[in-house]
Design a protein around this ligand. Structure first.
Ligand SMILES: NC(=O)C1=CN([C@@H]2O[C@H](COP(=O)(O)OP(=O)(O)OC[C@H]3O[C@@H](n4cnc5c(N)ncnc54)[C@H](OP(=O)(O)O)[C@@H]3O)[C@@H](O)[C@H]2O)C=CC1
Ligand SMILES: O=C(O)C1=N[C@H](C(=O)O)C[C@H](O)C1
Length: 266
């Protein structure tokens, strides 16, 4: 298998650390550099937790792309930084694999067009865990039979975006197969603002943030005399890494942007 030359953005982060380790330990992957917002020009091996991983740190992504010429960028940063990185990667002909969440519909449309113009692959995946992809697929299947649904997503309290990318993606998949609907009593009123959560096409989404959690979601369907709950839990960020690996391998064969791993996991 041809070696894939990879740059990871956000290496000191919770996900970035796992991704660096995955790339470093995968035979046909080469970790060529990392992009961070500090330690420019130093070796990653000098940073706590990366001993023996001797690759350069760049704080300037454009200089990194010009000098390193990677095949793939794995971005695990923050919503604003992730958007900028993805756009620049496409501009430089580097295929982005983006786990960073918080992208809007407009962001996705713009990036899809850019990938199309450049004729290269890109993957933006709100969730890399296979169990989470199945949860979303099962929820979409169930929505054909149950019109009423609410999503509860639960994450660690350091998460920047709400609702989670996974919750938004789940609501999008459900709204593709069920008619738009205003749920609950037509005259219901919130006596405390926000009590009914955010809504996506009439689907309430509730975001819980607590220390101790990692990434969890329940999709609850209600019907006549019954309820169906579909739940997924990530107890460790290692749960996301097989999806990152598959995405890096797949993005090399694509020439458009794919949003969501459900489109590449059959
Ligand atoms: N798709 C998926 O399956 C998953 C996606 N995620 C998403 O991945 C993203 C990262 O999550 P997580 O690892 O928990 O977050 P962290 O806050 O732990 O990591 C983000 C990292 O990005 C760094 N960073 C900030 N600005 C820049 C920049 N300009 N250049 C390079 N690095 C930068 C931060 O540095 P500093 O600390 O100095 O600010 C930090 O090290 C989030 O959007 C999250 O929602 C998370 C889990 C799974
Ligand atoms: O920030 C996180 O941790 C996670 N973010 C992603 C999301 O917003 O859906 C994926 C997973 O839930 C973990």
């Amino acid at each position: 298998m041809k070696t894939i030359k990879i740059v990871v953005a956000g290496p000191r982060g919770r996900m970035g650390r796992e991704a660096v380790s995955l790339v470093h330990n995968t035979e046909h992957f080469q970790l060529a550099a990392v992009i961070d917002r500090m330690n420019d020009g130093q070796s990653l091996s000098a940073v706590d937790g990366f001993s023996g991983i001797d690759v350069p740190i760049y704080t300037d992504i454009e200089r990194c792309f010009q000098e390193v010429k990677p095949d793939v960028l794995i971005d695990l940063t923050t919503p604003e930084v992730g958007k900028k990185h993805t756009e620049l990667a496409l501009h430089y002909g580097v295929r982005p694999v983006v786990g960073t969440t918080g992208f809007t519909k407009e962001d996705l449309a713009r990036l899809t067009e850019l990938a199309e113009d450049k004729g290269i692959g890109a993957i933006i995946a709100p969730n890399f865990a296979v169990g989470a992809i199945l949860m979303m697929k099962f929820a979409q299947m169930a929505a054909k039979y149950f019109n009423d649904v609410e999503i509860i997503e639960l994450h660690h309290d350091q998460k920047l975006d709400a609702p989670s990318g996974t919750a938004v993606k789940t609501a999008e998949l459900i709204s593709m197969v069920r008619p738009s609907k205003k749920q609950g009593h037509p005259e219901e009123k919130e006596t405390l603002e926000g009590a009914r959560g955010a809504t996506y096409d009439g689907i309430p989404i509730h975001s819980v943030r607590l220390p101790g959690l990692i990434a969890h979601q329940e999709v609850i369907f209600g019907g006549n005399g019954q309820a169906l709950t579909i739940r997924h839990d990530s107890f460790h960020r290692a749960s996301f890494m097989s999806g990152v690996k598959l995405s890096v391998e797949t993005v090399m064969k694509l020439n458009t942007l794919v949003y969501g791993l459900e489109n590449i996991i059959e």
